[in-house]
Design a protein. Structure first.
Length: 268
């Protein structure tokens, strides 16, 4: 517990009981977490200033220790009461800024060797456990939500261009074939095309006789239709419904291979 040794040396003349040594250790843990002591008692006194040292008279009441602290950024002011109940010390801490309260009960014998009050190197034991109890029982509960929130990982904040269906796909050079799309036979592709305003998915309910966006040896509307559409008139991958016959090699059924409904109805 670096820094506690000089503090203990300065406070040693006032330490006469094991609970005094424990209060000294608790005080230093608060200092480590960014708090400074203002003084003793419930109310502020004249000419108070923030200090890492224990104030004069801090050990006067061996049954109830009352100390006040303030964070280095002045955002939090704590009122600490360490109450002795038989062999245990009950820490009751209130943040006057937020009115939050935290409590921790410590068995003095778990952290202090009463027979070694004169020897700093032997007086404290289980120091890591004491640190954990103070941090989890006092520091964390009194800390604000903004101070406890961790920074969002960069990987979650970064959105790749290809992950958003609302972004326009990169333009294809004139004369190149549109990229392949997911198979329309996928069971998860049903209705997907209707949710994608840029036609980047498959599975919709709009008729597309040319199956635009899928590579095939037939006609690619994006390369133009001689005598009807110049190259680039149809964006790559766009749905395209032909407005005239395109030749014998056109895929899909012949629009004229079936008679109209009611063809044999004499009243039509």
């Amino acid at each position: 517990m670096a820094g506690l040794e000089p503090l203990y040396a300065l406070a040693r003349p006032a330490i006469s009981r094991p609970q005094d040594a424990l209060v000294c250790g608790i005080h230093w843990e608060l200092v480590r977490h960014g708090y400074r002591c203002l003084g003793t008692g419930d109310q502020p006194g004249p000419d108070e200033r923030k200090s890492e040292l224990l104030p004069t008279g801090w050990e006067a009441n061996k049954e109830v220790y009352t100390l006040r602290y303030k964070s280095t950024d002045d955002a939090h002011e704590l009122l600490l009461k360490a109450i002795m109940v038989e062999d245990s010390m009950i820490l009751n801490v209130m943040d006057r800024s937020s009115q939050k309260v935290a409590d921790v009960t410590l068995a003095v014998a778990d952290y202090i060797n009463p027979e070694h009050l004169d020897d700093f190197h032997k007086v404290y034991k289980n120091t890591e456990e004491l640190r954990t109890r103070i941090a989890s029982g006092i520091i964390s509960p009194l800390r604000g939500p903004a101070e406890k929130a961790e920074k969002e990982p960069e990987s979650r904040r970064d959105v790749h261009r290809d992950e958003s269906p609302l972004r326009l796909p990169p333009r294809q050079p004139v004369g190149t074939r549109a990229p392949s799309r997911p198979s329309p036979l996928s069971p998860f592709a049903v209705g997907g095309e209707d949710l994608d305003p840029f036609g980047g998915r498959s599975g919709g309910m709009i008729v597309d006789p040319l199956h635009s966006g899928f590579p095939h040896p037939g006609i690619d509307p994006s390369s133009g239709i001689p005598g009807r559409l110049p190259p680039g008139a149809v964006p790559p991958g766009a749905r395209f419904d032909p407005f005239s016959p395109l030749g014998a090699g056109r895929p899909g059924p012949d629009p004229d291979h079936l008679p109209p409904p009611g063809y044999d109805d004499m009243f039509m």
